[in-house]
Design a protein around this ligand. Structure first.
Ligand SMILES: [Zn+2]
Length: 253
């Protein structure tokens, strides 16, 4: 996982801010190793890799993982951990994140987390869909706002506290949203531009300023490959009776 928390009633923050947030105080910093809590189940996690940390592995990328057992001064809840969507020990456990649990209340922690991290979330959505989402200075593109508003109207914020995994929010926004209008959106990479130019119905739809302005009705949609057993999230442009696949990513992180 890429986000952690220190106390139960606290918003998750990126694992890269560990030292800044903890001042390396006990119990978070012990014997040169770094610990925190899982933002989803509240059980202890250890930080792996990164600077000034004895816990290293070959991947070199910084992340957090549930601890095997009790860590001095931190909560360890084995049952919560085994049921946690972020716990890698259970195959396909993460798929619970895409379940929609009806009848629950709006999760204000999720909303606060998104508001506080909107820039980073928009950048991640941008990387996945291939269209500009983040303009800087707190401005997001209309396409991003279309996706986010649709996610909210489809009860996207009604996430069970024990299913809120911050790392998945960009994917969830895309997955939960309806097909949305994308006229005027700006492709942000050459692969997407080439795909659009090579499609017979869309070949003339990129204007000189790089904006996507098709003369037919086109919507952007993110779909799971398997409703029951999702493995991939596919980004498509949908028009008339046709689709153009823009990107395909793992539904798992
Ligand atoms: Zn957990």
């Amino acid at each position: 996982m890429k986000n952690i928390k220190l106390r139960q009633n606290e918003l998750p923050f990126p694992v890269t801010n560990f030292e800044d947030k903890t001042n390396k105080e006990f119990p978070f910093y012990q014997n040169g190793a770094k610990y925190a809590l899982c933002p989803t189940c509240g059980s202890s996690v250890q930080i792996i890799n990164g600077r000034n940390n004895v816990t290293q592995n070959r991947s070199k990328t910084i992340y957090a993982a549930h601890t095997k057992g009790y860590v001095n001064g931190l909560k360890f809840d084995e049952n919560a951990k085994l049921n946690c969507p972020s716990y890698n020990g259970n195959a396909k456990n993460w798929q619970k994140i895409y379940e929609k649990r009806a009848g629950k209340i709006k999760n204000s922690e999720v909303e606060k987390y998104i508001t506080l991290n909107i820039r980073q979330i928009a950048l991640e959505v941008e990387q996945i869909i291939g269209f500009k989402c983040e303009y800087g200075e707190g401005r997001q593109s209309r396409l991003f706002n279309n996706l986010y508003n649709s996610f909210k109207s489809n009860d996207g914020l009604y996430i069970d506290p024990n299913q809120f995994v911050p790392d998945y929010i960009p994917r969830l926004i895309i997955e939960r949203a309806d097909p949305v209008k994308c006229w005027g959106a700006i492709p942000n990479n050459e692969i997407i531009k080439e795909k659009i130019k090579n499609n017979i119905r869309l070949e003339k739809s990129l204007d000189l300023g790089g904006q996507f302005k098709p003369d037919i009705n086109v919507q952007l949609v993110g779909v799971l490959d398997d409703d029951n057993n999702p493995a991939r999230l596919e980004i498509r442009l949908k028009f008339s009776d046709d689709i153009l696949v823009l990107n395909r990513i793992s539904a798992n992180i």
